[in-house]
Structure formats: structure tokens, C-alpha cells
Design a protein around this ligand. Structure first.
Ligand code: NAD
Length: 484
């Protein structure tokens, strides 16, 4: 059995406790590796190492830091197939998309590298006897705590800007699938970074994550994960008033107007809904469909969902693999049962497959639930699985808008109409960090991503995100009292 150590201060080390824990393949239930079980003492060591590296790394010329980030991107691209295979094994990502997703992630390093080089300060208009200028500086030690749903991409989304801008980092990757992050650390280890610039600690969130969020030596927490954990982190981080970037959950509305092109909307939304087995924060969560097109949309969506190739993620033809763990599969099934108990109807799926190879592994078939009401659990909470919730049809724009906004989350939203002006009116009123009109395609490093309401604080991607990984300093010089 392959054993993985943690990376602290430039060394590959066992946990202080010497304990390890298993990683499973979600498609086969086989144990595929063991990783070090970190705890508070390992966190202390990693934070000490990151603090020691900080003055060295942060004082390197920006050009040098950016060149290293470009090298990381190149290494990720070179090893994309290998990393993709690990992702398929530890997460169930279909092989068809796994390597491409590594390449897309690597572009976060390229983008951060380029843009960090032109993140200029400003001078502020003052009187002729005074010089006032603003400069951006690294924040310090950043704790990066990330979820299991796209394991490597979530780490890279924070590591790339943090590192490019001169911060040192302690990564706590997802507990259940940390192997792609450990592989990234192996690649970083070949680049001669000052020891401790990047550290990686594996172990449970309740121990390693909490220790990092509360640690006096950590200046900022970059967190992606559930709203509930985000709140815990906020509270722990408040003890030392840490900076926070929180990318949390969503319950994203999809509004299908009566003038929408259903034949374009359906294939797009099928991809958006069932990609990564629905384990995506931006997945459609609630479908509000105009009563005039409800029947047509449901029928076409159902037919397309039935055709999805669900199966072994290592097979190049597979479109949808398993869920990440038995625990998560049970949670998704609990949501489906709650919908039935509350009076909704499962019109497709809702069950585990029984045919090999899916008689083992953590599967739920593509599922459609109809008759969902606003107050049902499946309408209010994030399911994070291959489950489309069709709400009761609407018959006025005002009603659709009111129901779409009636939720504690505000991550993203989707509007389908052929009337661009009508769509843009919705865009102004929807309470979400993103509104996509006429598509549900993914994001890029230049685009800001982040939620309204309980979906989080701050942005991933874009210059706004780069700013979040820096402190802004005002320097004010009186030219009369400083003569030389
Ligand atoms: P989670 O909150 O359970 O865990 C996220 C990370 O936090 C993991 O590394 C975990 O080990 C750690 N953690 C758990 N408890 C902790 C604690 N008490 N203190 C500190 N750290 C702790 O989330 P998850 O189940 O891994 O991921 C799914 C969630 O992530 C969903 O809600 C999804 O919407 C969200 N997500 C959001 C985005 C976004 O961009 N907004 C992207 C991906 C996932």
C-alpha cells in the first residue's frame, strides 16, 4: 500500500503521532493509499516553517516569483495525464475530463504570474509638499483549506494568487482525497522554493482545519467548503482578526422563460447539472420553469438525462462517475427520501445502480424530482449530487424572481430566454454573485467567482482576488521635513 507523507519546511515527514488513515477509490471501494494523519502539533510545525520562509519568499523580486509560478503551470501541464489518473482514482472524475481539468487549473498559475507582475500601486493627488502613494504587500502566512469536490483545482485557485504575490502557505487539502494535492507538492519540491514557502498537512478538518483557523501565526484563511464549516472558521479566525476569503455553498436557481430555446437549454443544463456527479458548487439547484414550457422542458430533460453514460470513471466514454464517498452517497439519498416524505415525486433515478461494475462504489443515478415546493428541504439546502429539483411552474416574471431570491444562498444563477433585455432585467434583480444568461459554462481565471448572502465573502479569480491576497499600505511623505 502506497504511504504518503506531509510536506513541512521542505521535508517529507510522517505525522508527529506516526498515525495514518486510508484513501478509497469511490468507484470500487478499494483502499488505494494511506496518508499521514496530521494534528495540532503538525500544524504548529508547518506554521513555524511558513513564518520562517515568509521574509525570504516575500522579498524575492516579483519577476522571480512569477517565473516560478509559470514553471509550476508548465509542470502541471507536463504531468496532467498522470495527475488526472490520480484524480479519477481518488475522486471518480471521469477520465474523459480529468487531464483537461488539470490543464485548466494550471492556467490559474499562469494568470496569477502575469498579473502579479503588473499589480501596480498608485500615487494619490496631494499638495506639492507631500508625496502619498499606495503599495500592495503580501499578507503573510495563508492557510488554504479546501473541499473534496474538485480536489486539485480548489487548492490551485488559492495557492496560485497567494504564492505569486509573496505569501507563504499551509495547505490543508480535503481529508478524503488529498493525493492530487500531494502530487502537486511533489512537483513544487523540484523547484527550489525557500523551505517552508508551501507546506501541506493532511488530516481531518475538525482538527487540522480548526487548528489553522485559530492559529496566531496564520494571517489569512482562504477557505472553500460548506457554509457551516465557513461559519466555524469565521468564528475561530475572529480570535486574531484574520483576513478571510470564503467560497461557500449554493442553491442556484435556473429560470426557464416561456420564450427560451428549450433545445439549446436542455443539453447545456444536462452538462451543468450532472458534471462531476452534481458535486459542483455552481450546479443548478432549483429549476423554475414557465408553465407554458414546463411539460416540454421536463420531457426533453428527462430523455437526455436517461442517455447519460454512467459508469466506470476510468472508461473514456463515461460521462458521470460515482459520488465521492459512502457518507456523501447516504447524504444525497437522505435528501431524495426527504423530498418523497414531503410530497414531491421522483420521476427519474433516485436509486443506486445494481449492474456491475456499479454494484460496488458510491453511486446514485441521475435523478429528477418534480413538485418541489419552496419550503421543502431539497429546495432550501444544497444537495451536492446528481439531483435536479423541478419547482412548481411559474406564470409571471415577478413570481419567478421572488422565488429564485427566496433562499439563504446567493452563489450563481441561470436565466434562459430569447429576449436579451428581459434576461438582463432579471440579471439586475437576482441576488447572486453570478448571473449566466443563455448558458451554464464554467469560469476562467480572469472572471470573478464568489457569492452573495451566505454563499461567501470575497472572489476567486480576477484582479479582485489578487487584491484579496495583499495588504494595501498608504505611505505619506512630507517633503518639507525630510530634506535629503
Ligand atoms: P466541508 O466544509 O465539509 O470541508 C471543506 C474543508 O474544510 C475540508 O478540507 C475539511 O476537511 C475542512 N473542515 C471540515 N470541518 C472543519 C472545521 N471544523 N474547521 C476547519 N476546517 C474544517 O465541505 P466539503 O463537504 O468538503 O465540500 C462541499 C462544500 O464545498 C459544498 O457546500 C460546496 O458548495 C462547497 N464548495 C463551494 C465552492 C465555491 O466556489 N463557492 C466550490 C467548491 C465547493
Amino acid at each position: 500500500m502506497k504511504q504518503y507523507k506531509m510536506w513541512i519546511g521542505g521535508n517529507w515527514v510522517d505525522a508527529e503521532s506516526s498515525k495514518t488513515y486510508p484513501v478509497y477509490n469511490p468507484a470500487t471501494e478499494e483502499e488505494i493509499a494511506r496518508v499521514a494523519l496530521g494534528d495540532r502539533s503538525d500544524v504548529d510545525k508547518a506554521v513555524t516553517a511558513a513564518r520562517k520562509a515568509l521574509p525570504v519568499w516575500s522579498k524575492k523580486p516579483q519577476a522571480e516569483r512569477s517565473q516560478i509560478c509559470m514553471k509550476i503551470a508548465a509542470l502541471m501541464q507536463e504531468h496532467a495525464v498522470e495527475i488526472g489518473k490520480i484524480d479519477t482514482m481518488e475522486h471518480g472524475t471521469p477520465a474523459k475530463t480529468a487531464a483537461t481539468s488539470v490543464i485548466i487549473s494550471s492556467q490559474r498559475f499562469e494568470w496569477a504570474a502575469y498579473n502579479a507582475r503588473s499589480l501596480m500601486g498608485h500615487t494619490v493627488p496631494a499638495n506639492s509638499e507631500e508625496l502619498v502613494y499606495l503599495q500592495r504587500e503580501p499578507i503573510g502566512v495563508i492557510a488554504i483549506i479546501t473541499p473534496w469536490n474538485v480536489p486539485l483545482a480548489m487548492v490551485v485557485g488559492k495557492l496560485a494568487p497567494a504564492l505569486a504575490l509573496g505569501n507563504s502557505c499551509v495547505i490543508k487539502p480535503p481529508s478524503i482525497n488529498s493525493l492530487t494535492s500531494l502530487k502537486l507538492a511533489k512537483l513544487l519540491d523540484t523547484l527550489g522554493l525557500p523551505p517552508g514557502t508551501v507546506n501541506i498537512i493532511t488530516g481531518p478538518g475538525g482538527v487540522v482545519g480548526e487548528a489553522l483557523a485559530a492559529h496566531r501565526g496564520v494571517d489569512m484563511v482562504g477557505f472553500t467548503g460548506s457554509c457551516e464549516t465557513g461559519k466555524t472558521i469565521m468564528s475561530l479566525a475572529s480570535q486574531t482578526v484574520k483576513r478571510l476569503q470564503l467560497e461557500l455553498g449554493g442553491k442556484n436557481p435556473v429560470i426557464i422563460m416561456d420564450d427560451a430555446d428549450i433545445d439549446t437549454a436542455v443539453p447545456d443544463l444536462i452538462t451543468g447539472q450532472f458534471r462531476n456527479s452534481g458535486q459542483i458548487c455552481g450546479s443548478p439547484g432549483r429549476y423554475y420553469i414557465h408553465e407554458k414550457v414546463y411539460g416540454e422542458f421536463l420531457e426533453k430533460f428527462k430523455t437526455a438525462a436517461q442517455k447519460l453514460a454512467v459508469g466506470d470513471p476510468a472508461d473514456e466514454n463515461t460521462q458521470m462517475g460515482p459520488l465521492v464517498s459512502a457518507e456523501h452517497r447516504n447524504r444525497v439519498e437522505g435528501f431524495i427520501q426527504s423530498a418523497i416524505d414531503e410530497g414531491a415525486k421522483v420521476v427519474l433515478g433516485g436509486k443506486r445502480p445494481t449492474n456491475p461494475p456499479m454494484d460496488k462504489g458510491f453511486w446514485v443515478m441521475p435523478t429528477i424530482i418534480t413538485g418541489v415546493k419552496q419550503n421543502m428541504k431539497v429546495a432550501r439546502e444544497e444537495i451536492f449530487g446528481p439531483v435536479a429539483c423541478f419547482m412548481e411552474p411559474f406564470n409571471s416574471d415577478e413570481k419567478a424572481l421572488e422565488m429564485a431570491n427566496d433562499n439563504r444562498f446567493g452563489l450563481t444563477s441561470y436565466v434562459w430566454t430569447n429576449d436579451r433585455a428581459r434576461g438582463m432585467r432579471f440579471a439586475n434583480e437576482l441576488q447572486a454573485g453570478t448571473v449566466q444568461i443563455g448558458h451554464s459554462a464554467g469560469s476562467g481565471p480572469e472572471l470573478p467567482w464568489g457569492g452573495y448572502k451566505e454563499s461567501g465573502i470575497g472572489k476567486e479569480g480576477s484582479l479582485y482576488n489578487l487584491y484579496e491576497y495583499t495588504n494595501l499600505k498608504r505611505i505619506q511623505v512630507d517633503l518639507r521635513t525630510t530634506k535629503k
